[in-house]
Design a protein around this ligand. Sequence first.
Ligand SMILES: [Zn+2]
Ligand SMILES: [Zn+2]
Length: 419
Amino acid sequence: MVNVTVFGAGREVGRSCFEVKGPNTKLLLDYGVLVREDRPVLPLSSSSKDMNGLIITHAHLDHSGAAPFFYTSGTPPAYMTNMTMQLTDILIRDLLHLSAYYIPFEALELKTMIDGYTEIDGKPERMGEAEVEFSSSGHIPGSVNALIRLDGKSIWYSGDINTIDTALLKGAKIDLPELDLAIMESTYATVDHPPREEQEKKLMEVVNDVVEGGGLALIPAFSVGRSQEMLCVLQKHGFKYDVALDGMSRTASRVILTRPGELRDPKLLKDAMSRARWVSGEKDRKKVMNRPGVIISSSGMLTGGASTRYMDKIKNRTRDCVILVSYQVPGTPGRILLDQGKYGPPGELRDVKCRTEWINFSSHCGSKSLMGIAKSLKGNPKILCVHGEAASCIALAENIKRETGHEALAPCIGESVRL
Ligand SMILES: [Zn+2]
Ligand SMILES: [Zn+2]
Protein backbone atom coordinates (compact mmCIF):
# COMPACT_ATOMS: atom_id res chain seq x y z
CA MET A 1 0.00 0.00 0.00
CA VAL A 2 1.20 3.49 -0.84
CA ASN A 3 -0.11 6.74 0.63
CA VAL A 4 0.37 10.04 -1.15
CA THR A 5 -0.26 13.23 0.82
CA VAL A 6 -0.43 16.79 -0.47
CA PHE A 7 1.77 18.90 1.81
CA GLY A 8 1.70 21.98 -0.41
CA ALA A 9 0.54 23.29 -3.83
CA GLY A 10 -3.01 22.01 -3.24
CA ARG A 11 -5.17 24.53 -5.08
CA GLU A 12 -2.37 27.09 -5.08
CA VAL A 13 0.81 27.89 -7.02
CA GLY A 14 3.70 27.66 -4.60
CA ARG A 15 5.30 25.51 -1.85
CA SER A 16 5.07 22.29 -3.84
CA CYS A 17 5.43 19.20 -1.68
CA PHE A 18 4.04 15.68 -1.89
CA GLU A 19 4.84 12.79 0.42
CA VAL A 20 4.92 9.28 -1.02
CA LYS A 21 4.92 6.66 1.70
CA GLY A 22 5.15 2.89 1.31
CA PRO A 23 5.50 0.21 4.01
CA ASN A 24 9.23 0.88 4.51
CA THR A 25 9.95 3.88 2.35
CA LYS A 26 9.22 7.59 2.56
CA LEU A 27 9.94 10.03 -0.27
CA LEU A 28 9.27 13.72 -0.51
CA LEU A 29 8.68 15.30 -3.91
CA ASP A 30 9.86 18.92 -3.69
CA TYR A 31 9.79 21.17 -0.65
CA GLY A 32 9.18 24.71 -1.84
CA VAL A 33 8.07 28.04 -0.47
CA LEU A 34 5.04 30.10 -1.37
CA VAL A 35 6.47 33.49 -2.23
CA ARG A 36 4.27 36.25 -0.91
CA GLU A 37 5.19 39.89 -0.91
CA ASP A 38 5.60 40.08 2.84
CA ARG A 39 7.00 36.64 3.65
CA PRO A 40 7.67 33.16 2.32
CA VAL A 41 5.28 30.44 3.54
CA LEU A 42 6.37 26.80 3.98
CA PRO A 43 4.48 23.54 3.21
CA LEU A 44 2.99 21.43 6.01
CA SER A 45 5.90 20.18 8.04
CA SER A 46 7.39 16.79 7.53
CA SER A 47 10.18 15.13 9.44
CA SER A 48 13.54 14.12 8.03
CA LYS A 49 13.31 10.93 10.10
CA ASP A 50 13.16 7.80 7.94
CA MET A 51 13.20 9.87 4.75
CA ASN A 52 14.73 7.83 1.95
CA GLY A 53 14.79 10.57 -0.63
CA LEU A 54 14.12 14.28 -0.95
CA ILE A 55 13.62 14.85 -4.66
CA ILE A 56 13.96 18.40 -5.96
CA THR A 57 12.53 18.54 -9.49
CA HIS A 58 13.88 22.01 -10.32
CA ALA A 59 15.42 25.10 -8.83
CA HIS A 60 12.43 27.47 -8.70
CA LEU A 61 11.85 28.40 -5.07
CA ASP A 62 8.29 27.09 -5.10
CA HIS A 63 9.89 23.63 -5.46
CA SER A 64 13.24 23.96 -3.70
CA GLY A 65 13.05 26.91 -1.30
CA ALA A 66 12.30 25.14 1.99
CA ALA A 67 14.38 21.97 1.39
CA PRO A 68 17.36 22.91 3.60
CA PHE A 69 14.99 22.95 6.58
CA PHE A 70 15.42 19.16 6.90
CA TYR A 71 19.14 19.59 7.49
CA THR A 72 18.54 21.35 10.81
CA SER A 73 17.74 17.94 12.31
CA GLY A 74 19.18 15.32 10.00
CA THR A 75 20.80 14.55 6.67
CA PRO A 76 18.18 13.00 4.39
CA PRO A 77 19.53 12.13 0.92
CA ALA A 78 18.66 14.90 -1.56
CA TYR A 79 18.37 14.14 -5.28
CA MET A 80 18.57 16.75 -8.04
CA THR A 81 20.33 17.40 -11.32
CA ASN A 82 23.69 19.17 -11.25
CA MET A 83 22.09 22.23 -12.86
CA THR A 84 19.33 22.28 -10.23
CA MET A 85 21.94 22.00 -7.49
CA GLN A 86 23.87 25.01 -8.80
CA LEU A 87 20.78 27.13 -9.39
CA THR A 88 19.12 26.14 -6.11
CA ASP A 89 22.26 27.21 -4.27
CA ILE A 90 22.02 30.68 -5.82
CA LEU A 91 18.28 31.12 -5.38
CA ILE A 92 18.12 29.94 -1.76
CA ARG A 93 21.11 32.12 -0.83
CA ASP A 94 19.14 35.04 -2.22
CA LEU A 95 16.01 33.96 -0.35
CA LEU A 96 18.02 33.88 2.88
CA HIS A 97 19.45 37.28 2.09
CA LEU A 98 15.99 38.81 1.56
CA SER A 99 13.87 36.94 4.10
CA ALA A 100 16.21 35.43 6.71
CA TYR A 101 13.86 36.47 9.51
CA TYR A 102 11.07 34.21 8.24
CA ILE A 103 13.17 31.24 7.17
CA PRO A 104 13.73 28.40 9.67
CA PHE A 105 17.23 27.49 8.46
CA GLU A 106 20.51 29.17 7.64
CA ALA A 107 23.23 29.04 4.99
CA LEU A 108 24.89 26.18 6.90
CA GLU A 109 21.91 23.87 6.31
CA LEU A 110 21.85 24.83 2.63
CA LYS A 111 25.55 23.96 2.41
CA THR A 112 24.99 20.59 4.13
CA MET A 113 22.26 19.76 1.61
CA ILE A 114 24.33 20.83 -1.40
CA ASP A 115 27.54 19.11 -0.21
CA GLY A 116 25.77 15.79 0.29
CA TYR A 117 23.39 15.78 -2.69
CA THR A 118 23.15 12.91 -5.17
CA GLU A 119 23.19 13.91 -8.81
CA ILE A 120 20.32 12.82 -11.04
CA ASP A 121 22.14 11.92 -14.22
CA GLY A 122 19.70 9.94 -16.34
CA LYS A 123 20.03 6.61 -14.53
CA PRO A 124 17.23 5.30 -12.26
CA GLU A 125 17.90 5.80 -8.56
CA ARG A 126 17.03 3.43 -5.73
CA MET A 127 15.62 5.19 -2.65
CA GLY A 128 14.68 2.75 0.11
CA GLU A 129 12.44 0.22 -1.64
CA ALA A 130 11.50 2.68 -4.40
CA GLU A 131 13.00 2.97 -7.84
CA VAL A 132 12.79 6.42 -9.35
CA GLU A 133 13.35 7.39 -12.99
CA PHE A 134 13.72 10.94 -14.16
CA SER A 135 13.32 12.67 -17.48
CA SER A 136 13.64 16.24 -18.66
CA SER A 137 10.61 18.49 -18.17
CA GLY A 138 11.39 21.25 -20.66
CA HIS A 139 10.45 23.85 -18.02
CA ILE A 140 13.77 25.44 -17.01
CA PRO A 141 17.34 24.17 -17.38
CA GLY A 142 17.83 21.15 -15.11
CA SER A 143 14.11 20.47 -14.56
CA VAL A 144 12.88 16.87 -14.38
CA ASN A 145 9.70 14.87 -13.87
CA ALA A 146 9.76 11.68 -11.80
CA LEU A 147 8.36 8.17 -12.16
CA ILE A 148 8.29 6.29 -8.86
CA ARG A 149 7.83 2.54 -8.54
CA LEU A 150 7.05 1.51 -4.99
CA ASP A 151 5.29 -1.52 -3.51
CA GLY A 152 3.94 -2.59 -6.90
CA LYS A 153 2.52 0.90 -7.68
CA SER A 154 3.64 3.39 -10.32
CA ILE A 155 3.34 7.08 -9.58
CA TRP A 156 4.26 9.91 -11.93
CA TYR A 157 4.91 13.48 -10.80
CA SER A 158 5.01 16.06 -13.58
CA GLY A 159 6.74 18.77 -11.54
CA ASP A 160 6.46 21.90 -13.67
CA ILE A 161 6.33 20.76 -17.25
CA ASN A 162 6.37 22.14 -20.79
CA THR A 163 5.99 19.91 -23.82
CA ILE A 164 6.54 22.68 -26.37
CA ASP A 165 9.95 23.81 -27.67
CA THR A 166 10.98 27.31 -26.56
CA ALA A 167 13.91 29.46 -27.70
CA LEU A 168 15.88 28.15 -24.71
CA LEU A 169 14.84 24.50 -24.25
CA LYS A 170 13.43 21.49 -26.01
CA GLY A 171 9.95 20.44 -24.88
CA ALA A 172 9.48 17.39 -22.62
CA LYS A 173 8.88 14.02 -24.29
CA ILE A 174 6.47 11.92 -22.30
CA ASP A 175 6.63 8.15 -22.51
CA LEU A 176 5.24 6.47 -19.42
CA PRO A 177 4.29 2.91 -18.45
CA GLU A 178 0.89 2.05 -16.97
CA LEU A 179 0.31 4.25 -13.92
CA ASP A 180 -1.65 4.03 -10.68
CA LEU A 181 -1.36 7.74 -9.90
CA ALA A 182 -0.32 10.91 -11.71
CA ILE A 183 0.33 14.19 -9.91
CA MET A 184 -0.05 16.89 -12.53
CA GLU A 185 0.54 20.61 -12.45
CA SER A 186 -2.46 22.79 -13.40
CA THR A 187 -0.92 26.29 -13.66
CA TYR A 188 -2.49 27.01 -17.06
CA ALA A 189 -5.35 24.51 -17.04
CA THR A 190 -7.82 27.19 -18.11
CA VAL A 191 -5.60 29.01 -20.60
CA ASP A 192 -4.37 27.94 -23.97
CA HIS A 193 -1.14 29.66 -24.94
CA PRO A 194 -1.05 31.38 -28.32
CA PRO A 195 1.60 29.96 -30.67
CA ARG A 196 5.09 30.78 -29.46
CA GLU A 197 6.03 32.54 -32.71
CA GLU A 198 3.14 34.96 -32.24
CA GLN A 199 4.26 35.80 -28.72
CA GLU A 200 7.81 36.40 -29.90
CA LYS A 201 6.55 38.65 -32.70
CA LYS A 202 4.43 40.64 -30.26
CA LEU A 203 7.38 41.12 -27.92
CA MET A 204 9.56 42.34 -30.78
CA GLU A 205 6.87 44.79 -31.90
CA VAL A 206 6.54 46.23 -28.40
CA VAL A 207 10.26 46.55 -27.66
CA ASN A 208 11.03 48.04 -31.08
CA ASP A 209 8.15 50.48 -30.74
CA VAL A 210 9.19 51.60 -27.25
CA VAL A 211 12.90 51.91 -27.98
CA GLU A 212 12.40 53.67 -31.31
CA GLY A 213 10.21 56.15 -29.44
CA GLY A 214 13.18 56.88 -27.17
CA GLY A 215 11.87 54.79 -24.27
CA LEU A 216 13.03 52.06 -21.99
CA ALA A 217 11.39 48.63 -21.98
CA LEU A 218 11.72 46.86 -18.63
CA ILE A 219 11.22 43.09 -18.72
CA PRO A 220 10.96 41.80 -15.14
CA ALA A 221 11.80 38.09 -15.46
CA PHE A 222 12.59 35.14 -13.23
CA SER A 223 16.36 34.96 -12.90
CA VAL A 224 16.33 31.28 -13.88
CA GLY A 225 14.80 30.36 -17.20
CA ARG A 226 12.74 33.35 -18.30
CA SER A 227 15.63 35.85 -18.33
CA GLN A 228 17.66 33.57 -20.60
CA GLU A 229 14.60 32.88 -22.74
CA MET A 230 14.15 36.65 -23.23
CA LEU A 231 17.83 37.04 -24.18
CA CYS A 232 17.46 34.24 -26.72
CA VAL A 233 14.26 35.66 -28.23
CA LEU A 234 15.79 39.14 -28.70
CA GLN A 235 18.91 37.60 -30.23
CA LYS A 236 16.95 35.23 -32.46
CA HIS A 237 14.99 38.15 -33.94
CA GLY A 238 18.06 40.34 -34.46
CA PHE A 239 17.11 43.07 -31.95
CA LYS A 240 19.58 45.82 -32.73
CA TYR A 241 19.29 48.18 -29.76
CA ASP A 242 20.82 48.08 -26.27
CA VAL A 243 20.03 45.14 -24.01
CA ALA A 244 21.03 45.18 -20.34
CA LEU A 245 20.92 42.34 -17.83
CA ASP A 246 20.64 43.01 -14.11
CA GLY A 247 19.87 41.30 -10.79
CA MET A 248 20.24 37.59 -10.11
CA SER A 249 19.57 36.98 -13.80
CA ARG A 250 23.29 37.67 -14.38
CA THR A 251 24.58 34.93 -12.06
CA ALA A 252 21.94 32.46 -13.20
CA SER A 253 22.84 33.05 -16.86
CA ARG A 254 26.52 32.31 -16.17
CA VAL A 255 25.60 29.05 -14.41
CA ILE A 256 23.21 27.96 -17.15
CA LEU A 257 25.89 28.39 -19.79
CA THR A 258 28.20 26.01 -17.87
CA ARG A 259 26.02 23.10 -19.06
CA PRO A 260 25.32 23.85 -22.72
CA GLY A 261 24.07 20.30 -23.32
CA GLU A 262 20.84 21.25 -21.50
CA LEU A 263 20.00 23.96 -24.03
CA ARG A 264 18.27 23.80 -27.39
CA ASP A 265 20.76 26.21 -28.99
CA PRO A 266 23.63 27.11 -26.63
CA LYS A 267 25.25 29.40 -29.22
CA LEU A 268 22.15 31.60 -29.30
CA LEU A 269 22.33 32.18 -25.54
CA LYS A 270 26.10 32.61 -25.61
CA ASP A 271 25.89 35.25 -28.35
CA ALA A 272 23.01 37.03 -26.59
CA MET A 273 24.96 37.09 -23.32
CA SER A 274 28.10 38.48 -24.86
CA ARG A 275 26.11 41.17 -26.65
CA ALA A 276 24.18 42.28 -23.53
CA ARG A 277 25.46 44.85 -21.08
CA TRP A 278 25.94 43.36 -17.62
CA VAL A 279 24.87 46.02 -15.17
CA SER A 280 27.33 46.30 -12.33
CA GLY A 281 26.52 48.63 -9.49
CA GLU A 282 24.38 51.67 -8.95
CA LYS A 283 26.29 54.02 -11.25
CA ASP A 284 25.90 51.64 -14.15
CA ARG A 285 22.23 51.13 -13.31
CA LYS A 286 21.59 54.89 -13.47
CA LYS A 287 23.24 55.07 -16.89
CA VAL A 288 21.14 52.22 -18.24
CA MET A 289 17.98 53.72 -16.77
CA ASN A 290 18.34 56.92 -18.70
CA ARG A 291 18.72 55.79 -22.25
CA PRO A 292 16.59 53.84 -24.69
CA GLY A 293 16.93 50.07 -24.63
CA VAL A 294 15.68 46.88 -23.03
CA ILE A 295 16.45 45.84 -19.46
CA ILE A 296 15.95 42.23 -18.41
CA SER A 297 16.03 41.85 -14.66
CA SER A 298 14.77 39.68 -11.82
CA SER A 299 12.46 39.49 -10.01
CA GLY A 300 9.74 38.47 -12.44
CA MET A 301 6.73 39.59 -10.39
CA LEU A 302 8.27 42.83 -9.10
CA THR A 303 8.49 41.40 -5.59
CA GLY A 304 12.05 42.69 -5.10
CA GLY A 305 15.45 42.68 -6.71
CA ALA A 306 16.76 45.06 -9.34
CA SER A 307 13.56 45.04 -11.44
CA THR A 308 11.80 47.07 -8.71
CA ARG A 309 14.56 49.72 -8.82
CA TYR A 310 13.86 50.24 -12.50
CA MET A 311 10.11 50.09 -12.01
CA ASP A 312 10.28 52.87 -9.40
CA LYS A 313 11.90 55.03 -12.05
CA ILE A 314 9.87 54.20 -15.14
CA LYS A 315 6.41 54.07 -13.54
CA ASN A 316 5.98 57.81 -14.11
CA ARG A 317 7.49 57.99 -17.59
CA THR A 318 4.92 57.75 -20.38
CA ARG A 319 7.32 56.69 -23.12
CA ASP A 320 8.65 53.75 -21.09
CA CYS A 321 7.06 50.34 -20.82
CA VAL A 322 7.03 47.43 -18.40
CA ILE A 323 6.49 44.04 -20.04
CA LEU A 324 5.51 41.23 -17.69
CA VAL A 325 6.38 37.90 -19.26
CA SER A 326 5.22 35.23 -16.84
CA TYR A 327 2.39 34.06 -14.60
CA GLN A 328 1.84 36.61 -11.82
CA VAL A 329 0.87 35.13 -8.44
CA PRO A 330 -2.20 36.84 -6.91
CA GLY A 331 -1.16 39.48 -4.37
CA THR A 332 2.22 40.19 -5.96
CA PRO A 333 2.97 43.73 -7.24
CA GLY A 334 3.08 42.33 -10.79
CA ARG A 335 -0.44 40.91 -10.51
CA ILE A 336 -1.77 44.12 -8.91
CA LEU A 337 -0.21 46.10 -11.75
CA LEU A 338 -1.93 43.89 -14.35
CA ASP A 339 -5.31 43.84 -12.61
CA GLN A 340 -5.49 47.44 -11.37
CA GLY A 341 -2.86 49.41 -13.30
CA LYS A 342 -1.36 50.46 -9.97
CA TYR A 343 2.07 50.04 -8.40
CA GLY A 344 3.67 50.95 -5.06
CA PRO A 345 4.18 49.70 -1.52
CA PRO A 346 1.11 48.22 0.24
CA GLY A 347 -1.31 51.02 1.14
CA GLU A 348 0.41 53.46 -1.22
CA LEU A 349 -0.62 52.11 -4.60
CA ARG A 350 -0.63 54.74 -7.35
CA ASP A 351 -1.71 54.70 -11.00
CA VAL A 352 1.28 54.13 -13.27
CA LYS A 353 1.93 56.37 -16.26
CA CYS A 354 4.16 54.00 -18.20
CA ARG A 355 2.75 51.53 -20.70
CA THR A 356 2.06 48.06 -19.25
CA GLU A 357 2.07 44.88 -21.32
CA TRP A 358 1.63 41.23 -20.47
CA ILE A 359 3.08 38.80 -22.99
CA ASN A 360 3.03 35.43 -21.38
CA PHE A 361 6.08 33.40 -22.36
CA SER A 362 4.94 30.49 -20.32
CA SER A 363 7.27 27.60 -19.58
CA HIS A 364 4.29 25.50 -18.46
CA CYS A 365 1.93 23.44 -20.58
CA GLY A 366 -1.26 25.22 -21.63
CA SER A 367 -4.68 23.58 -21.33
CA LYS A 368 -4.43 21.62 -24.60
CA SER A 369 -1.00 20.20 -23.75
CA LEU A 370 -2.12 19.25 -20.23
CA MET A 371 -5.11 17.41 -21.66
CA GLY A 372 -2.79 15.82 -24.21
CA ILE A 373 -0.69 14.43 -21.37
CA ALA A 374 -3.76 13.23 -19.44
CA LYS A 375 -5.14 11.45 -22.52
CA SER A 376 -1.81 9.74 -23.16
CA LEU A 377 -1.63 8.17 -19.69
CA LYS A 378 -1.86 4.40 -19.73
CA GLY A 379 -3.46 2.12 -17.17
CA ASN A 380 -6.32 3.60 -15.18
CA PRO A 381 -4.53 6.14 -13.00
CA LYS A 382 -6.03 8.45 -10.43
CA ILE A 383 -4.96 11.97 -11.25
CA LEU A 384 -4.23 14.69 -8.70
CA CYS A 385 -4.45 18.18 -10.20
CA VAL A 386 -2.20 20.51 -8.20
CA HIS A 387 0.01 23.62 -8.57
CA GLY A 388 -2.67 25.96 -9.88
CA GLU A 389 -5.15 28.48 -8.53
CA ALA A 390 -8.20 26.62 -7.13
CA ALA A 391 -10.28 27.26 -10.27
CA SER A 392 -7.51 25.85 -12.49
CA CYS A 393 -6.99 22.67 -10.45
CA ILE A 394 -10.74 22.06 -10.33
CA ALA A 395 -11.17 22.77 -14.07
CA LEU A 396 -8.36 20.37 -15.00
CA ALA A 397 -9.82 17.63 -12.80
CA GLU A 398 -13.28 18.13 -14.34
CA ASN A 399 -11.96 18.12 -17.91
CA ILE A 400 -9.89 15.00 -17.31
CA LYS A 401 -12.86 13.18 -15.77
CA ARG A 402 -15.08 14.15 -18.68
CA GLU A 403 -12.64 13.40 -21.48
CA THR A 404 -10.74 10.37 -20.19
CA GLY A 405 -13.00 8.79 -17.58
CA HIS A 406 -10.07 8.71 -15.14
CA GLU A 407 -10.74 9.60 -11.53
CA ALA A 408 -9.34 13.10 -11.17
CA LEU A 409 -9.22 15.26 -8.04
CA ALA A 410 -8.16 18.77 -7.05
CA PRO A 411 -6.96 17.99 -3.53
CA CYS A 412 -6.54 20.58 -0.79
CA ILE A 413 -3.43 20.73 1.37
CA GLY A 414 -3.43 17.91 3.92
CA GLU A 415 -5.49 15.50 1.78
CA SER A 416 -4.18 11.99 1.03
CA VAL A 417 -4.90 9.27 -1.47
CA ARG A 418 -4.28 5.61 -0.81
CA LEU A 419 -3.16 3.26 -3.58
ZN1 LIG B 1 8.95 26.18 -11.98
ZN1 LIG C 1 6.26 25.71 -9.85
